[in-house]
Design a protein around this ligand. Structure first.
Ligand code: VAH
Length: 307
């Protein structure tokens, strides 16, 4: 059985649905710190604060969990406003899951890293898998440290933990929470409502991005690959597309011609400028066959047709 921690998040919501299609609804237990939306969540649900290791152990025992997707995180923007909480949730939450996997011999663990592990002095174009990594956000520090922790538990205890460095994820089924790339989700809803969009990043701020459908498919593809193909045990670079805010605006205007946007950069501009423009994901392609399907116009078409 699979446990998804953080199942109500932007990624967790869609991943839980996809895993339930794959393994059957009763075999995927959703958990989140808030029970508020448990009623809305179909299928088995457990309220869980990832910092409560005893409760985590109880849930694993009760449901005979063999795999955990740990998606509980404090993202980049919120992490800068409360760095202590970000460290606690992002690091101690991961340690709880890895320790439990070691003690109970769980089959597989999934933990998401991010392009946030790269910093201002990382090469920005086609950022390599191995390179200078001096993240300038607490979230990026957590993701870099988390990658080393995963590699340690794999090498030292044989815990089969797998990970990808997500770019900004753009989906429409669940809203993002506290990220720096969230503008790329909000813009579609404003455009659809016929409203002008105020972008919190400036023109020309190119970032690596990915449509949620590709991210979910790639995650499951990695988790379903034979262990021997997963040669990188920190976290795989994963690339979809790269664009600046004005490019997503133009893509929307092909469908909604009178859509307008203005730019009002805020504190997230500095975070975005510390991250790469594009990512080299040759090892994900070579080791386990990764290949994105959506480009910007295909993503815009799919989202604007569905919201
Ligand atoms: C964030 N959406 O903005 C996340 C992601 C690359 C960005 O890690 O914090």
């Amino acid at each position: 059985r699979v446990l998804v921690i953080g199942a109500f998040g932007q990624l967790g919501s869609e991943l839980t649905d996809e895993l339930r299609k794959l393994y059957g609804e009763d075999n995927v237990i959703a958990s989140d710190i808030t029970a508020a939306r448990a009623q809305a969540a179909r299928g088995p649900f457990e309220q869980l604060d990832i910092l409560d290791r005893a409760r985590l152990g109880e849930i694993v025992e009760k449901h005979k969990i063999t795999q955990i997707y740990n998606l509980a995180a404090i993202l980049s923007s919120i992490g800068e406003s409360k760095p202590g909480v970000a460290w606690n949730v992002n690091m101690n939450g991961l340690v709880n899951v890895l320790e439990l996997a070691r003690e109970k011999g769980l089959n597989k663990i999934y933990w998401p890293s991010s392009i946030a592990v790269f910093g201002p002095d990382t090469p920005k174009v086609m950022t390599p898998q191995e390179t200078v990594m001096n993240p300038s956000t607490m979230y990026g520090v957590n993701k870099l440290a988390g990658e080393k922790l995963c590699q340690y538990y794999f090498q030292k205890f044989g815990v089969d933990v797998r990970s990808v460095r997500y770019p900004g994820l753009v989906g429409y089924k669940a809203m993002p929470g506290g990220g720096t790339t969230d503008y790329a989700v909000d813009i579609y809803f404003k455009a659809k409502q016929g409203e002008e969009f105020t972008c919190f990043l400036d023109k020309g701020t190119v970032l690596p991005m990915m449509y949620m459908d590709d991210a979910i498919r790639g995650t499951i593809q990695l988790m379903e690959s034979p262990a021997e193909k997963v040669k990188i045990r920190t976290s795989y670079n994963l690339a979809g597309m790269s664009f600046a805010p004005e490019e997503i605006g133009s893509s929307i205007q092909k469908i909604i011609p009178d859509f307008k946007m203005i730019y009002a950069p805020d504190h997230r501009q500095e975070i975005a400028e510390s991250w790469p423009d594009s990512i080299d994901d040759q090892f994900a392609q070579a080791h386990w066959g990764w290949k994105p399907k959506f480009d910007l116009d295909a993503m815009s078409k799919d989202i604007l047709e569905n919201i």
